[in-house]
Design a protein around this ligand. Structure first.
Ligand code: NAD
Length: 253
C-alpha cells in the first residue's frame, strides 16, 4: 500500500469532513486519509490534547484539520454548529465513535446498557439530525461504522451488538428518506481491527483470534480508512443504503 504522503488522489478537495471519535484508532485513520485526499477535516472526541496534536500534525503536513473536543452524547449539536461556523459547509459525516460495556447479559445493568446506546445510537441520530440541512445543501453523505458483531462474533456484548444493528437500520432508513435530496448513507462493518479498543483484553487475545479469520491476520485501521474514503467520495455516487463488511472473511464462514 502507498503511504498517505505518496498518494496524489484529491477526491475531497474543497470538501469538509467531520469524523467522530477521531483521536485514535479507526477514526484517526479515516480523518488522516480524508485530509490527505484534500478534505478539511474536523476531528472530534473527548480527548482534547490528543485531538489537537493529531490536527496539528496534519497541519504541519500542509493539510487542513480542526480539533473540536466534545462528548457526542451531550455535544452533538454544538459540534455540528461549530463545524458550520468554521467552514460554512459539511460534505461528509463519519459516525465512528463507539463504546461497549464488556458484560454478559447477566452482568449488564440498565445503566450500562443505556450508556452504550447513548454513544452508539442516540448520539448518531442526534448528530445526523443536526447535520442534515448542511449535508442536503451539498449532496453530502454519512458513513456509519458498524461491526460484524451485528451478525457474528462472541466477545462483543449484547448492548454493543444491538446498538450496531440499530445503526445499520438507521443508515438504511436515512439513505431511503433522504435519497431525493442527494444525501447518501452507508455503513462499514469492520471485523477485528488493531486499535486501543482491545487494550484491556489479555495479551494473547489477538493471537487467539487469528485462527478464526480466513486471511489469518488482524485488520489495520488504514484498511478501514481506504474503504471509508471510497464510500464517502463521488466515486461511490450510486452507492447508498449499503453495508460493506471488512473482516478478512470472518463472517463469510
Ligand atoms: N477495532 C475493532 O476491531 C472494531 C471492530 C468493529 C467495529 N469497530 C467500531 O469502529 C469504531 C472505532 O473503533 P476503534 O477500535 O477505533 O476505537 P474505540 O472502540 O476505542 O472507540 C472509538 C472512539 O470513540 C470515542 N468515543 C467513545 N465514546 C465517546 C463519546 N461519548 N464522545 C466522543 N467520543 C467518544 C473513543 O474515545 C474512541 O476514540 C467504533 O464505532 C467501533 O465500535 C471497531
Amino acid at each position: 500500500m502507498k503511504s498517505l504522503a505518496e498518494m496524489n488522489s484529491r477526491r475531497f478537495s474543497g470538501k469538509v469532513a467531520l469524523v467522530t471519535g477521531s483521536a485514535a484508532g479507526i477514526g484517526a485513520a479515516i480523518g488522516e486519509r480524508l485530509a490527505y485526499e484534500g478534505a478539511s477535516v474536523v476531528l472530534t472526541g473527548r480527548r482534547a490534547e490528543l485531538l489537537e496534536s493529531r490536527a496539528a500534525a496534519l497541519r504541519d503536513e500542509g493539510l487542513d484539520a480542526l480539533a473540536l473536543a466534545g462528548d457526542i452524547t451531550t455535544d452533538a449539536e454544538a459540534i455540528v454548529d461549530r463545524t458550520a461556523d468554521h467552514y460554512g459547509r459539511l460534505d461528509v459525516l463519519v459516525a465512528n465513535a463507539g463504546a461497549s460495556a464488556g458484560r454478559t447479559i447477566e452482568e449488564m445493568t440498565p445503566a450500562l446498557w443505556r450508556q452504550v446506546m447513548a454513544v452508539n445510537l442516540d448520539a448518531v441520530f442526534e448528530m445526523v439530525r443536526h447535520a442534515l440541512p448542511l449535508l442536503a445543501a451539498v449532496r453530502g453523505n454519512v458513513l456509519h461504522i458498524s461491526s460484524i458483531s451485528t451478525v457474528s462474533g462472541e466477545f462483543d456484548d449484547a448492548a454493543y451488538a444491538s446498538s450496531k444493528a440499530g445503526v445499520e437500520a438507521f443508515s438504511r432508513k436515512l439513505a431511503l428518506e433522504w435519497a431525493a435530496t442527494g444525501i447518501r448513507s452507508n455503513a462499514i462493518r469492520p471485523g477485528l481491527i488493531l486499535t486501543e479498543a482491545f487494550s484491556s483484553m489479555p495479551p494473547d487475545f489477538f493471537e487467539s483470534q487469528i485462527p478464526l479469520i480466513p486471511l489469518r491476520r488482524i485488520g489495520r485501521p488504514e484498511e478501514i480508512a481506504a474503504a471509508a474514503a471510497f464510500l464517502c467520495s463521488d466515486e461511490a455516487a450510486f452507492i447508498t443504503g449499503t453495508v460493506l463488511t471488512i473482516d478478512g472473511g470472518e463472517s463469510a464462514k
